[in-house]
Design a protein around this ligand. Sequence first.
Ligand code: FES
Length: 141
Amino acid sequence: MYSEKVMDHFRNPRNVGEIEEANGIGEVGNAKCGDIMKIYLDIENNIIKDAKFMTFGCGSAIASSSMATELIIGKTVEDAWELTNKAVAEALDGLPPVKMHCSVLAEEAIHKAINDYRINQGLEPWETKEYHDIHDHVHGH
Ligand code: FES
């Protein structure tokens, strides 16, 4: 039911840990499953120099945060902001529908961390959207 890539990033997650001198930190949780994800960003000259994560959650959340950090390292802040949970799930060769919300956590945590960085820089935080996984859409939220 899980792709090889999900299993790989779950068993050998990339970028686990904290960044002590992080200038953007975002922590999010999902109320339904209780999982928590924290993303640390080290941003220099508008580039994500490093990203690390601590996820207390399911395998899909760990795989999603691992893949998401891989995808944003080296990107501009603007490009990192554009990373959607769908892109994370696609990079993992898909997630089961009931696990899509796990990838939403990664998108949300990155947005929080970027806005934390912007606030630290004295900039206006960017507007976030409402986060839904595919299931929520099906039920018409
Ligand atoms: Fe909630 Fe995966 S089950 S984040």
